[in-house]
Design a protein around this ligand. Structure first.
Ligand code: NAP
Ligand code: SF4
Length: 664
């Protein structure tokens, strides 16, 4: 039978290099780049993706000089003594049959250190430091630095380099009137502003001969004073003429007030500007941003929108993405849910990245791929994500695993999330888990509650309890009012909320429930058109009035949403602000009666009338089964919320489950 995704598996020539598939692993900082002792880890990380059939890997960005580094820990590649470290990356990738280029990234005014530089001394809205203006001599030296880094990269065994020219870093800053106010030969007319990137491409070409040069170009700037579409097309042609072998499209500056990669962004939302670029040049063009499914990627290539598709996070989520497509088993792909929780949010908080749905990512040496010495019979009780992860890892090591679930479907809290606007991909990830469970022989028994006595008498060698959490009830006089419901009943549709809703709790779930009730999207992802209208891309933003009047209340002081993810929390906060959700902090809950929720605030008392009050007050462990089995003298392993509910999220649950399953 022909492979439905055949377009992704066609080899392609890019410059002097032939790539075995159309999937490119886009550049992503792992946090290991600035730690010379960890280049072996980086090598393992990339080699796994090469083994998995990725056509081309682009490393996280390395700066061409000290001023261009991203953070205080230097991740530069500027000296011959650094070549040996990089061979620890290129050698394993080549041994796995992969192709890899080094991304050269000068952070410009986006660097998180005090010595940042830029074409003009204009502060970025997302950085507290004002950059120093580069002198003409420094500009010439920086161009030379790019060439030196490229030369060293080829010496270290890379197939070439990618020049980072988008997202608001130094090269974007030269190109845009927003950030370039110079009046010398590097500023003013577009030809002058483009002098720096074009000089970089030419210098790099002169330095590395035939080796591959990818140029990352901003297909859509999404900031005022950025390049227009016509200017971008002009630039693309000039970059091709200067010697680039392919263009990789980037979308939006990091300071753009528009989501570009988070969950609410529809799949392949920005493909149109990429198509326009492809039509303007004759070199291959790579599409990117929110392309996480093989079907979308294949359509992009087969439909002529782009020649290659860049995925960074989806290849964190599944190193073997291409291989699964090649085997005709795309259903087994571990789907990236665009949560940013374990990748970008880790990077921004100085932790080495990994992946929420794949805790092996960038931790490859912490998991074993060898079959277990003896196949055991393993019972996993509770098919939330902790249980699923434990069952999958144990199954892969050759154990005979039965996964019990009392509900009719697997997924627990994770399944509830799939109906929240912007989290629709959680449902796709669950489908992937389901297929993987079947593939590694795990017997899944849903609608099956097992009791402690049955387990005690069973011949299971190991019992894993992953029964999750129970929502924390509220302790307020009048708390037995029938209008009070738990968040699960709202999210799973058991209860339909009334017109006036009060939400108790300001954590992640309180915010999600508020958005769910404000938008009532019923699990349907926004269309590209709706998304563009919503965020004012190419037009004035059009927000929708909330479906109901929503008030969120919490006891602690301070603004709402401070516990939300660093790179995505702002989107949720903005959505709720636009939906006119009222948020009240520092409330003391007095009582609930027919009038509503009575609260005492530092300066007044207030009654919040409601038709429905939703409790999102956190969780406590559901440990009944674990305790009952232990009381009967059998050892159990406890993972996820059943072990510790505080600050439980899917990342910790999956990580705990996977690690236990892998060492059984
Ligand atoms: P959470 O983040 O711990 O928030 C619980 C909320 O309940 C707090 O705002 C707390 O506020 C309130 N609360 C605690 N005890 C209470 C009590 N006895 N009575 C009344 N209110 C009480 O828990 P969650 O919202 O259930 O989220 C669970 C986990 O999932 C968290 O780790 C969260 O980060 C994660 N999650 C994240 C997201 C996201 O980032 N978008 C979405 C969903 C879930 P006060 O103490 O101020 O009253
Ligand atoms: Fe995707 Fe979330 Fe994993 Fe990042 S942490 S790669 S966004 S699933």
């Amino acid at each position: 039978m022909p492979n439905a995704h055949a377009a992704l598996l066609e080899p392609i020539r890019v410059g002097s290099v032939t790539l075995s598939s159309r999937i490119v692993m886009g550049s992503m900082h792992t946090g290991l780049e600035s730690q010379p002792g960890h280049f072996d880890d980086l090598g393992r990380f990339y080699a796994e993706r090469a083994k998995g059939g990725t056509g081309l890997i682009v490393t996280g960005g390395f700066a061409p000089n000290f001023a261009g580094r991203m953070k205080n820990e230097p991740s530069t590649f500027e000296r011959p003594d650094q070549v040996a470290d990089h061979r620890k990356i290129t050698a394993p990738v080549r041994a796995a049959g992969g192709r890899i280029v080094l991304q050269i990234l000068h952070a410009g005014r986006y660097g998180y250190h005090p010595a940042i530089v830029a074409p003009s001394p204009i502060k970025s809205p997302i950085n507290r430091d004002v950059p120093a203006e580069l002198t003409a001599e420094q500009i010439e030296a920086t161009i030379e630095n790019y060439a030196t880094t490229a030369r060293l990269a080829v010496e270290a065994g890379y197939d070439g380099v990618e020049i980072m020219g988008s997202e608001g870093y130094l090269i974007s800053e030269f190109l845009a009137l927003r950030t370039n106010h110079r009046n010398d030969q590097w500023g003013g007319a577009l030809e002058n502003r483009a002098r720096f990137p074009l000089a970089v491409v030419k210098a790099v070409r002169a330095a590395i001969g035939e080796a591959l040069i990818s140029y990352r170009i901003s297909a859509l700037e999404l900031v005022e004073g950025g390049l227009t579409q016509d200017e971008t097309i002009w630039l693309a042609k000039e970059v091709e003429r200067a010697g680039a072998d392919c263009l990789s499209t980037g979308i939006g500056w990091h300071e753009a007030a528009v989501p570009t990669i988070a969950g609410p962004v529809p799949h392949a939302a920005f493909i149109e500007p990429t198509r326009r670029l492809k039509q303007a040049v004759s070199i291959p063009v790579t599409a990117s941003n929110r392309i996480n499914l093989p079907g979308d990627a294949a359509e992009i290539v087969a439909g002529g929108f782009a020649d290659l598709v860049s995925m960074a996070r989806p290849l964190l989520a599944d190193a073997h993405f291409v291989d699964k497509v090649r085997r005709g088993r795309p259903d087994l792909i571990n789907v990236c849910i665009a949560c940013n929780q374990a990748c970008l949010d880790h990077y921004f908080t100085d932790r080495v990245i990994t992946c929420l749905v794949n805790p092996r990512a960038a931790r490859e040496n912490e998991f074993s791929d060898r079959p277990a010495p003896a196949a055991k019979r393993v019972a996993v009780v509770g098919a939330g994500v902790a249980g699923i992860a434990a069952a999958l890892e144990a199954g892969r090591r050759g154990h005979r695993v039965t996964l019990f679930e009392a509900a009719k479907r697997i997924g627990g809290q994770f399944a509830l999330a799939a109906d929240i606007p912007g989290k629709e991909d959680y449902g796709l990830a669950l489908q992937g888990f389901q297929a993987q469970l079947a593939d590694c022989g795990v017997e899944v028994r849903t609608d099956t509650a097992v009791d402690a006595e049955t387990l005690r008498r069973s011949d299971f060698d190991e019992i894993v309890v992953s029964t999750g959490i129970a929502p924390r009830p509220i302790d307020i006089p009048g708390g037995d009012d029938p209008r009070i419901v738990g968040y699960s009943e709202i999210l799973d549709g058991t209860v339909k909320a009334g017109e006036r809703v009060v939400i108790i709790g300001g954590g992640g779930i309180g915010h999600d429930v508020a958005l769910f009730l404000a938008m009532e999207s019923n699990g349907r992802q926004q269309t590209r058109e709706e998304f563009f209208r919503r965020w004012g891309i190419g037009e004035k933003p059009q927000t929708h009035a909330a479906r109901r009047q929503i008030t969120m209340v919490k006891r602690s002081p301070g603004a709402f949403g401070r516990t939300l993810g660093k790179s995505t929390g702002w989107i949720l906060r903005q959505e709720l602000k636009d939906a006119k959700v009222r948020q009240i902090s520092e409330a003391r809950y007095v009582e609930i009666d027919a009038q509503g929720l009575h609260i005492a605030l530092p300066d007044r008392n207030e009654v919040l009338p409601f038709d429905t009050l939703v409790v999102c007050a956190g969780q406590k462990p559901d440990r009944h089964l674990a305790d009952a089995i232990a009381a009967k003298g059998r050892h159990v392993h406890i993972v996820g919320g059943a072990r510790l509910a505080d600050e439980l999220d899917a990342k910790r649950a999956i990580d705990e489950g996977a690690r236990l399953g892998n060492r059984l």
